[in-house]
Design a protein around this ligand. Structure first.
Ligand code: DHB
Length: 368
């Protein structure tokens, strides 16, 4: 009898350009998943096709179109930034191809197509916890500094609203461009305003530059604390950020230092396969996205099909390296724990060490 065609996963990532660390992390995690779980699912051979979109949404759209029309992929996956995820949503809908968003984190993305399932997180999910923590910890005034696009605007809104609700005061809201940001003039403004803390969202890969300039301007010495979602203390870069990062508190869904057996195995094997590179929250989004795809394919007995795969993705419950998670069948977002973490030195290295947890957090952006 005829051999079934391979099950094709089109993985679109920023492998070059400003978001290249995201592409590198996710590709490594996807390859680790395949190495650990094999390339055959329910008797069906799995084929991975990796494409670089350089994080330009026009390129993401063209590459996705080619993958669907020419390669006839069964699933589209990856999507390093929000504009790339949104650019592909109409293609997913029209071709009934599941689109697994492994990185991008603006709340509204899952509303752009009923074929989108997300294995990363949302900024409202991560930011609200900080809006509760800060006022209880002697932070009464803040300035927010965010990258000026979807996730930054979500972070600014959801952090500020909760912070205000808890009696805090936002002195100013600053936004920096996504491409080639210069943080210096914004940080000078923050220094002049002298808030108790600066709340930051920048995408993965940009945190080290913020931290460096924050230190160079002596803002920490001037008594301004740095807080944010965990994107700014990105584990991909954290260990090279130096003393200025010590004590920075963030809220996020994943830390390389998360203490569980499942995470220890994930981190050890990831680092071994990637010359000591630490997996960050992008890697865990890619790894869990692969689990979601594999389990869905299993549920179809290897047959696949857009609608059947989508049905198999909804409602999955499993233990991720980040902790227990489930794919909300209604919203197609991931429900997960959000941890409060503080940067500390342990065994000569910097880590985001968890000290508190909010369990089973849904995306607050969907409950309006
Ligand atoms: C997005 C990108 C990031 O690198 C990140 O840390 C969070 C969100 C985004 O574009 O959605």
């Amino acid at each position: 009898f005829a051999q079934a065609a391979p099950f094709k996963i089109g993985l679109i990532l920023p492998m070059t350009g400003g978001q290249a660390t995201t592409g590198r992390q996710i590709e490594a995690a996807v390859r680790l998943w395949i190495a650990q779980n094999g390339d055959t699912v329910a008797g069906r051979k799995v084929q991975l096709i990796v494409k670089d979109d350089t994080s330009l949404p026009d390129v993401t759209r063209r590459v996705a179109q080619e993958l669907v029309v020419n390669d006839k992929v069964d699933v589209l996956a990856g999507f390093g930034i929000t504009p790339s995820a949104l650019a592909v949503a109409p293609i997913a809908t029209q071709s009934k191809t599941p689109q697994v968003v492994m990185a991008a984190a603006t709340s509204s993305i899952t509303e752009a197509s009923p074929y989108i399932v997300r294995s990363s997180f949302t900024l409202p999910q991560a930011a609200v916890a900080m809006g509760d923590w800060a006022p209880k910890n002697n932070i009464k005034t803040v300035v927010t500094l965010v990258t000026d696009y979807g996730p930054g605007i979500d972070a600014e809104k959801y952090f500020s609203e909760r912070f205000l609700f808890n009696g805090g005061k936002v002195l100013d809201k600053l936004r920096v461009p996504l491409r080639n940001p210069d943080f210096a003039p914004f940080l000078q403004k923050v220094r002049d305003l002298k808030p108790d803390a600066l709340f930051v969202f920048v995408p993965s890969g940009a945190g080290a530059a913020v931290m460096k300039q924050f230190g160079e301007r002596g803002m920490d010495k001037a008594g301004i604390r740095l807080i944010g979602t965990g994107d700014v203390t990105d584990d991909d870069q954290l260990n090279d950020m130096g003393e200025v990062a010590l004590g920075v508190v963030t809220s996020h869904h994943y830390s390389t230092a998360h203490p569980s057996a499942a995470n220890k195995k994930f981190v050890d094997e990831f680092m071994k396969a990637n010359k000591g590179l630490r997996p960050n929250f992008m890697a865990v989004g890619g790894y869990d996205g692969m689990r979601v795809i594999y389990e869905a394919l299993k549920k179809t007995g290897g047959k696949g099909g857009g609608d059947a795969l989508l049905a198999g993705m909804k409602g999955q419950i499993f233990e991720s390296p980040r902790g227990p998670v489930f794919i909300d069948a209604q919203t197609r977002d991931i429900v997960q724990n959000i941890y409060l973490r503080k940067v500390e030195k342990k065994d000569g290295q910097l880590w985001n060490l968890e000290f508190d947890v909010l369990k089973d957090v849904k995306d607050p952006g969907k409950s309006k």
